[in-house]
Design a protein around this ligand. Structure first.
Ligand SMILES: [Fe+2]
Length: 179
């Protein structure tokens, strides 16, 4: 049970980090698609914000406190903070990969909840997996190019001039994320 509580708090912190980053992008996005992306990020962060609450309530149902402070969230979250203002294409790109991190944590939580026979929680996690897979599809569909594998990120860092599968805006962002 201890392992499940730890994983669920990791899910809570990671979900909160995704919510905050999406709201940050909703506020700060710029460019010709401003109106569309402002609304798209708005819908996205609102949905994730709702999941922060229901995830915390699932943790309470396990009989333990839910973490609700920025310090522990930062330590526990699998998503790193966004301190700069990336170009619009890089915002979509980073949310796509951060959303995938939430899917990873959900998948790990599912395995532990199954081992613990926590059926209500399993049902909740499966619902969140469905929703995050829909987010993944929408974020991927919003990219100018097909999503690339994580290995491409390393490839860009090593040989930016030869990597063609990524837009210039995103390439610049990967090479200098704190711009
Ligand atoms: Fe707003």
């Amino acid at each position: 049970m201890e392992e499940l509580v730890k994983k669920m708090n990791e899910l809570l912190a990671t979900t909160f980090a995704l919510y905050l980053k999406a709201q940050n992008f909703h506020w700060n996005v710029r460019g010709k698609d401003f109106s569309q992306l402002h609304d798209f990020f708005g819908d996205f962060y609102s949905e994730i914000h709702g999941a922060v609450d229901t995830t915390a309530e699932q943790i309470r149902a396990l009989g333990v406190p839910a973490i609700g402070a920025l310090g522990p969230y930062k330590e526990t979250s699998r998503i790193t903070d966004e301190l700069g203002v990336p170009p619009a294409a890089a915002m979509i790109y980073t949310l796509y990969y951060d959303n995938k991190l939430v899917i990873d944590v959900l998948t790990e939580a599912h395995a532990i909840a199954t081992a613990n026979k926590e059926y209500g929680l399993i049902n909740f996690i499966e619902g969140r997996l469905d929703t995050h897979k829909k987010h993944q599809w929408m974020l991927a569909a919003s990219m100018d190019v097909e999503p690339v594998q994580e290995s491409v990120v390393e490839e860009v860092a090593e040989t930016p001039e030869v990597v063609e599968s990524i837009t210039e805006e995103v390439k610049t962002y990967i090479l200098n994320p704190k711009q």
